[in-house]
Every structure is written in structure tokens, then in C-alpha cells.
Design a protein around this ligand. Structure first.
Ligand SMILES: [Zn+2]
Length: 97
């Protein structure tokens, strides 16, 4: 499967963890579940690894964090997640002044 045949694109990072987008109970991404998440998407959901590369995000300390992302293509569209599937985290704010 190549990127044109993918029905959905999934990006996971070693700097942020999420629940599996196929709504199973697997944790993917983050420092502890990056490799496991990639393997899970390939073996359990027949995804294809399209790209692995570097990523820079703003960390909790407001400094650049270097990370690794994996981009996978899904052979089927992703299910619509219930709102409770995503944890609610407040957006980072800068102190006024
Ligand atoms: Zn899954």
C-alpha cells in the first residue's frame, strides 16, 4: 500500500501519547510506546509505515523538544472517536506582561 491507496494517515510521535485511533485499548506514542505503537498499527490494523523522521515541538519547559514521528497509512477509514476518547488538556498559556 502506498500513500495514494491509504484511506487515512496516522502520525504518532515519541513526545506525545494517544489511544489507538482504531478505538482499541492500546496506547500508542510517547517515549514508552512509540515502537510498540508502530508495531501495533502494522500488526493489528494492517497499516503501512510510510515515513519516519524528526520532529520539533515546544516542550512543557517552553524549549524545543526534538522527537521522532512515524507516519502510517491505514487501509480503511478511521472510526469516528467518541469525545471521551481524547483527554481534555488545557492549552498552554503565556503569562501576561
Ligand atoms: Zn489498535
Amino acid at each position: 500500500m502506498n500513500i495514494q491507496e491509504s484511506k487515512a494517515i496516522i502520525t504518532i510521535s515519541n513526545t506525545a501519547s494517544h489511544s489507538c485511533p482504531f478505538l482499541c485499548d492500546e496506547h500508542i506514542g510517547g517515549p514508552d510506546y512509540f515502537n510498540r505503537g508502530v508495531n501495533h498499527l502494522i500488526s493489528a490494523h494492517s497499516c503501512t509505515l510510510l515515513h519516519v523522521g524528526g520532529d520539533t515541538t515546544v516542550g512543557l519547559d517552553d524549549k524545543p523538544w526534538q522527537g521522532t514521528v512515524a507516519v502510517l497509512g491505514s487501509p480503511i477509514p478511521l472510526p469516528d472517536p467518541p469525545l471521551s476518547h481524547f483527554p481534555v488538556t488545557p492549552a498552554p498559556t503565556k503569562a501576561a506582561g
